[in-house]
Design a protein around this ligand. Structure first.
Ligand code: SF4
Ligand code: SF4
Ligand code: FES
Length: 312
Protein backbone atom coordinates (compact mmCIF):
# COMPACT_ATOMS: atom_id res chain seq x y z
CA UNK A 1 0.00 0.00 0.00
CA UNK A 2 1.40 3.40 -0.99
CA UNK A 3 0.54 6.15 1.50
CA UNK A 4 1.15 9.87 1.76
CA UNK A 5 2.89 11.33 4.82
CA UNK A 6 2.48 15.02 5.54
CA UNK A 7 5.38 16.16 7.69
CA UNK A 8 5.90 19.57 9.25
CA UNK A 9 9.29 20.93 8.22
CA UNK A 10 11.06 23.86 9.81
CA UNK A 11 14.67 24.91 9.70
CA UNK A 12 14.77 28.10 11.82
CA UNK A 13 17.92 29.37 10.10
CA UNK A 14 16.45 29.01 6.59
CA UNK A 15 12.64 29.05 6.85
CA UNK A 16 10.47 32.03 7.75
CA UNK A 17 7.79 29.73 9.16
CA UNK A 18 6.98 26.02 9.50
CA UNK A 19 5.51 24.43 6.37
CA UNK A 20 4.23 20.99 5.38
CA UNK A 21 5.86 18.64 2.90
CA UNK A 22 4.29 15.45 1.58
CA UNK A 23 6.15 12.19 0.90
CA UNK A 24 4.78 8.99 -0.59
CA UNK A 25 5.94 5.64 0.65
CA UNK A 26 5.15 1.95 0.15
CA UNK A 27 4.02 0.76 3.55
CA UNK A 28 4.81 -2.76 4.71
CA UNK A 29 2.76 -4.70 7.23
CA UNK A 30 3.70 -3.82 10.81
CA UNK A 31 5.49 -0.62 9.83
CA UNK A 32 5.66 2.05 12.54
CA UNK A 33 5.70 5.80 11.97
CA UNK A 34 9.36 5.79 13.02
CA UNK A 35 10.17 3.11 10.41
CA UNK A 36 8.47 5.30 7.80
CA UNK A 37 10.39 8.43 8.86
CA UNK A 38 13.70 6.54 8.71
CA UNK A 39 12.89 5.31 5.20
CA UNK A 40 11.84 8.78 4.05
CA UNK A 41 15.12 10.15 5.41
CA UNK A 42 17.20 7.40 3.82
CA UNK A 43 15.44 7.30 0.46
CA UNK A 44 13.89 10.71 -0.19
CA UNK A 45 15.16 13.54 1.98
CA UNK A 46 18.33 13.22 4.03
CA UNK A 47 17.75 16.60 5.69
CA UNK A 48 14.61 15.42 7.53
CA UNK A 49 15.43 15.70 11.24
CA UNK A 50 13.95 13.73 14.14
CA UNK A 51 15.18 11.99 17.28
CA UNK A 52 15.14 8.32 18.10
CA UNK A 53 17.29 5.74 19.79
CA UNK A 54 15.84 2.51 21.24
CA UNK A 55 13.04 1.91 18.69
CA UNK A 56 11.30 -0.02 21.50
CA UNK A 57 9.32 2.59 23.50
CA UNK A 58 12.03 2.74 26.15
CA UNK A 59 14.12 5.87 25.63
CA UNK A 60 11.29 8.37 25.06
CA UNK A 61 13.18 10.30 22.39
CA UNK A 62 10.84 9.74 19.41
CA UNK A 63 7.84 11.50 20.95
CA UNK A 64 6.04 13.70 18.41
CA UNK A 65 2.58 14.79 17.26
CA UNK A 66 0.92 12.20 15.03
CA UNK A 67 -2.52 13.00 13.65
CA UNK A 68 -3.04 15.61 16.35
CA UNK A 69 -2.02 13.49 19.35
CA UNK A 70 1.26 13.11 21.22
CA UNK A 71 2.66 9.63 20.54
CA UNK A 72 5.86 7.63 20.40
CA UNK A 73 6.64 7.20 16.70
CA UNK A 74 8.33 3.84 17.35
CA UNK A 75 5.20 2.25 18.74
CA UNK A 76 2.61 3.91 16.49
CA UNK A 77 1.38 1.72 13.66
CA UNK A 78 1.13 3.43 10.27
CA UNK A 79 -1.79 1.26 9.20
CA UNK A 80 -3.75 1.83 12.37
CA UNK A 81 -3.29 5.59 12.11
CA UNK A 82 -4.35 5.49 8.49
CA UNK A 83 -7.45 3.42 9.28
CA UNK A 84 -8.40 5.71 12.14
CA UNK A 85 -7.66 9.10 10.61
CA UNK A 86 -7.54 8.50 6.85
CA UNK A 87 -4.11 10.09 6.63
CA UNK A 88 -0.77 10.64 8.34
CA UNK A 89 0.12 14.09 9.56
CA UNK A 90 3.30 14.28 11.59
CA UNK A 91 4.68 17.28 13.49
CA UNK A 92 6.90 18.13 16.47
CA UNK A 93 5.69 18.10 20.08
CA UNK A 94 3.48 21.12 20.64
CA UNK A 95 4.35 24.15 22.78
CA UNK A 96 8.07 23.39 22.87
CA UNK A 97 10.56 25.35 20.75
CA UNK A 98 11.37 23.59 17.47
CA UNK A 99 15.09 23.04 16.88
CA UNK A 100 14.56 21.53 13.44
CA UNK A 101 11.67 19.66 11.83
CA UNK A 102 10.43 17.10 14.41
CA UNK A 103 13.14 17.75 16.94
CA UNK A 104 12.24 20.09 19.82
CA UNK A 105 14.28 21.78 22.52
CA UNK A 106 13.68 19.77 25.71
CA UNK A 107 15.77 22.16 27.82
CA UNK A 108 12.82 23.58 29.75
CA UNK A 109 11.47 20.06 30.31
CA UNK A 110 14.72 18.85 31.85
CA UNK A 111 15.07 22.08 33.81
CA UNK A 112 11.77 21.42 35.53
CA UNK A 113 12.64 17.80 36.28
CA UNK A 114 15.92 19.01 37.81
CA UNK A 115 14.04 21.71 39.75
CA UNK A 116 12.08 19.17 41.77
CA UNK A 117 15.41 17.58 42.83
CA UNK A 118 14.74 14.04 41.56
CA UNK A 119 16.83 12.24 44.12
CA UNK A 120 16.34 11.03 47.68
CA UNK A 121 17.32 13.74 50.09
CA UNK A 122 18.89 12.99 53.42
CA UNK A 123 16.18 12.62 56.03
CA UNK A 124 18.47 11.26 58.71
CA UNK A 125 16.52 8.02 58.58
CA UNK A 126 17.53 4.81 56.85
CA UNK A 127 14.52 2.73 55.86
CA UNK A 128 14.70 -0.97 56.40
CA UNK A 129 14.13 -3.23 53.38
CA UNK A 130 10.49 -3.75 54.38
CA UNK A 131 9.85 -0.03 54.51
CA UNK A 132 11.36 0.42 51.06
CA UNK A 133 9.11 -2.31 49.65
CA UNK A 134 6.04 -0.70 51.24
CA UNK A 135 7.03 2.65 49.76
CA UNK A 136 7.68 1.18 46.31
CA UNK A 137 4.12 -0.14 46.12
CA UNK A 138 2.88 3.43 46.59
CA UNK A 139 4.68 4.79 43.53
CA UNK A 140 1.62 3.88 41.42
CA UNK A 141 3.71 3.39 38.28
CA UNK A 142 5.20 6.92 38.31
CA UNK A 143 8.66 5.36 38.16
CA UNK A 144 7.75 3.96 34.72
CA UNK A 145 8.13 7.43 33.18
CA UNK A 146 10.51 7.48 30.21
CA UNK A 147 10.69 11.31 30.09
CA UNK A 148 9.26 11.51 26.59
CA UNK A 149 7.62 14.91 27.17
CA UNK A 150 4.30 13.92 25.55
CA UNK A 151 2.33 14.88 28.67
CA UNK A 152 3.90 18.33 28.80
CA UNK A 153 3.15 18.96 25.13
CA UNK A 154 -0.48 17.97 25.71
CA UNK A 155 -0.89 19.92 28.97
CA UNK A 156 -3.43 22.74 28.75
CA UNK A 157 -1.77 24.70 31.55
CA UNK A 158 1.71 24.45 30.02
CA UNK A 159 0.16 25.75 26.79
CA UNK A 160 -0.64 29.09 28.47
CA UNK A 161 1.96 29.16 31.25
CA UNK A 162 5.40 27.88 30.31
CA UNK A 163 6.48 28.28 33.94
CA UNK A 164 4.15 25.49 35.13
CA UNK A 165 6.25 22.63 36.48
CA UNK A 166 4.17 20.28 34.38
CA UNK A 167 2.87 16.71 34.69
CA UNK A 168 6.14 14.82 34.25
CA UNK A 169 8.09 16.79 36.86
CA UNK A 170 5.21 16.74 39.34
CA UNK A 171 4.71 12.99 38.89
CA UNK A 172 8.43 12.57 39.50
CA UNK A 173 8.11 14.70 42.65
CA UNK A 174 5.34 12.41 43.87
CA UNK A 175 7.64 9.43 43.41
CA UNK A 176 9.94 10.88 46.10
CA UNK A 177 7.13 12.07 48.36
CA UNK A 178 5.80 8.48 48.31
CA UNK A 179 9.21 7.00 49.09
CA UNK A 180 9.40 5.80 52.69
CA UNK A 181 13.14 6.55 52.76
CA UNK A 182 12.55 10.29 52.58
CA UNK A 183 10.81 11.75 55.60
CA UNK A 184 10.91 14.48 58.22
CA UNK A 185 12.27 17.91 57.21
CA UNK A 186 13.41 16.65 53.77
CA UNK A 187 9.90 15.56 52.86
CA UNK A 188 8.31 18.66 54.36
CA UNK A 189 10.57 21.01 52.42
CA UNK A 190 9.98 19.07 49.18
CA UNK A 191 6.22 19.50 49.60
CA UNK A 192 6.65 23.15 50.59
CA UNK A 193 8.65 23.88 47.44
CA UNK A 194 5.75 22.65 45.29
CA UNK A 195 3.19 25.06 46.82
CA UNK A 196 4.17 28.01 44.60
CA UNK A 197 2.00 29.44 41.80
CA UNK A 198 3.56 27.17 39.15
CA UNK A 199 3.44 24.05 41.33
CA UNK A 200 0.99 21.29 42.17
CA UNK A 201 -2.08 23.54 42.52
CA UNK A 202 -1.75 24.94 38.99
CA UNK A 203 -3.07 21.76 37.33
CA UNK A 204 -6.65 22.09 36.04
CA UNK A 205 -7.19 18.30 35.95
CA UNK A 206 -7.95 18.26 32.23
CA UNK A 207 -6.68 14.66 32.06
CA UNK A 208 -4.81 15.13 28.75
CA UNK A 209 -1.51 14.04 30.32
CA UNK A 210 -3.14 10.76 31.34
CA UNK A 211 -4.57 10.20 27.85
CA UNK A 212 -1.28 10.65 25.98
CA UNK A 213 1.18 8.99 28.35
CA UNK A 214 2.60 5.90 26.60
CA UNK A 215 3.60 4.31 29.91
CA UNK A 216 0.39 4.67 31.89
CA UNK A 217 2.10 6.89 34.44
CA UNK A 218 -1.17 8.81 34.98
CA UNK A 219 0.54 12.08 35.96
CA UNK A 220 -2.71 13.80 36.93
CA UNK A 221 -3.44 11.05 39.45
CA UNK A 222 0.06 11.54 40.87
CA UNK A 223 -0.63 15.28 41.20
CA UNK A 224 -3.88 14.56 43.05
CA UNK A 225 -2.01 12.25 45.45
CA UNK A 226 0.66 14.93 45.84
CA UNK A 227 -2.04 17.42 46.85
CA UNK A 228 -3.49 14.98 49.35
CA UNK A 229 -0.06 14.43 50.91
CA UNK A 230 0.47 18.20 51.06
CA UNK A 231 -2.80 18.84 52.87
CA UNK A 232 -2.22 15.95 55.27
CA UNK A 233 1.21 17.41 56.01
CA UNK A 234 -0.32 20.78 56.93
CA UNK A 235 0.31 22.74 53.70
CA UNK A 236 -3.14 24.30 53.69
CA UNK A 237 -2.35 27.96 53.01
CA UNK A 238 -2.61 28.01 49.20
CA UNK A 239 -5.81 28.86 47.34
CA UNK A 240 -5.93 25.33 45.94
CA UNK A 241 -5.59 23.66 49.33
CA UNK A 242 -8.13 26.03 50.87
CA UNK A 243 -10.52 25.13 48.06
CA UNK A 244 -10.20 21.40 48.75
CA UNK A 245 -10.52 21.78 52.53
CA UNK A 246 -13.36 24.32 52.22
CA UNK A 247 -15.24 22.12 49.75
CA UNK A 248 -15.04 19.21 52.14
CA UNK A 249 -16.08 21.33 55.14
CA UNK A 250 -19.16 22.65 53.36
CA UNK A 251 -20.21 19.18 52.25
CA UNK A 252 -19.77 17.93 55.82
CA UNK A 253 -21.81 20.82 57.18
CA UNK A 254 -24.67 21.10 54.69
CA UNK A 255 -24.57 17.73 52.94
CA UNK A 256 -24.00 19.58 49.65
CA UNK A 257 -21.90 22.39 48.22
CA UNK A 258 -22.80 25.94 49.15
CA UNK A 259 -21.39 28.00 46.26
CA UNK A 260 -22.12 31.29 48.00
CA UNK A 261 -19.84 30.43 50.92
CA UNK A 262 -17.17 28.73 48.82
CA UNK A 263 -15.30 31.94 47.85
CA UNK A 264 -15.01 32.85 51.54
CA UNK A 265 -13.49 29.45 52.22
CA UNK A 266 -10.89 30.08 49.51
CA UNK A 267 -9.98 33.72 50.15
CA UNK A 268 -10.55 33.74 53.91
CA UNK A 269 -11.73 36.83 55.81
CA UNK A 270 -9.74 39.35 53.81
CA UNK A 271 -11.82 42.44 52.93
CA UNK A 272 -9.47 43.36 50.06
CA UNK A 273 -9.80 39.91 48.44
CA UNK A 274 -13.51 39.80 49.18
CA UNK A 275 -14.08 43.11 47.36
CA UNK A 276 -12.10 41.75 44.42
CA UNK A 277 -14.37 38.71 43.95
CA UNK A 278 -17.59 40.52 44.90
CA UNK A 279 -18.46 41.72 41.34
CA UNK A 280 -18.06 38.18 40.06
CA UNK A 281 -20.32 36.89 42.86
CA UNK A 282 -22.99 39.47 42.01
CA UNK A 283 -22.88 38.56 38.32
CA UNK A 284 -23.20 34.86 39.19
CA UNK A 285 -26.12 35.63 41.52
CA UNK A 286 -27.93 37.60 38.81
CA UNK A 287 -27.50 34.73 36.38
CA UNK A 288 -28.85 32.21 38.89
CA UNK A 289 -25.51 30.44 39.29
CA UNK A 290 -25.29 30.96 43.05
CA UNK A 291 -27.94 29.64 45.42
CA UNK A 292 -28.88 31.75 48.41
CA UNK A 293 -26.27 31.54 51.19
CA UNK A 294 -29.21 30.80 53.46
CA UNK A 295 -30.34 27.73 51.57
CA UNK A 296 -31.30 24.80 53.73
CA UNK A 297 -29.18 21.74 54.37
CA UNK A 298 -29.90 18.45 52.68
CA UNK A 299 -31.94 15.93 54.59
CA UNK A 300 -29.68 13.69 56.60
CA UNK A 301 -26.28 15.43 56.22
CA UNK A 302 -25.02 13.14 58.97
CA UNK A 303 -24.98 10.29 56.40
CA UNK A 304 -22.74 12.39 54.15
CA UNK A 305 -20.53 13.11 57.15
CA UNK A 306 -20.30 9.38 57.87
CA UNK A 307 -19.24 8.77 54.26
CA UNK A 308 -16.56 11.44 54.51
CA UNK A 309 -15.30 9.94 57.74
CA UNK A 310 -15.00 6.55 56.10
CA UNK A 311 -12.89 8.10 53.30
CA UNK A 312 -10.38 9.59 55.78
S1 SF4 B 1 -4.29 17.16 34.18
FE1 SF4 B 1 -3.05 18.87 34.91
S2 SF4 B 1 -0.93 18.31 34.50
FE2 SF4 B 1 -2.25 16.93 33.30
S3 SF4 B 1 -2.41 17.88 31.29
FE3 SF4 B 1 -4.16 18.63 32.48
S4 SF4 B 1 -3.48 20.54 33.49
FE4 SF4 B 1 -1.64 19.46 32.72
S1 SF4 C 1 4.66 10.91 32.39
FE1 SF4 C 1 4.27 9.66 30.55
S2 SF4 C 1 3.99 11.17 28.92
FE2 SF4 C 1 4.95 12.25 30.63
S3 SF4 C 1 7.14 12.18 30.21
FE3 SF4 C 1 6.65 10.39 31.51
S4 SF4 C 1 6.24 8.72 30.10
FE4 SF4 C 1 6.16 10.61 28.89
S1 FES D 1 12.91 5.40 19.81
FE1 FES D 1 13.04 5.16 21.97
S2 FES D 1 11.00 5.47 22.63
FE2 FES D 1 10.86 5.54 20.48
Amino acid sequence: MRLAFTIQRYHPELDAAPHDETYRLDVARGMTVLDALIRIKNEQDGRLTFRYSCRSAICGSCSMTINGGEKLACRTSVRREWERHGGLIVGPLRHLPVLKDLSVDMGSFWGKVRAIEPWLRDSGRQAAGGALAAGASRFHNVDACIMCGACVAACTVHEVDKGFLGPAALAKAYRFVADARESGPARTSRLAALQGPTGMWDCTRCNFCVEVCPKDVQPMEAIIRLRREAIESGHTGTGGARHVVGFRDLIARFGRLNEALMPLKVIGWSLRKFLRVLPLGVRMLLKGKVPSPLHSSMDGPERVRALLERRR
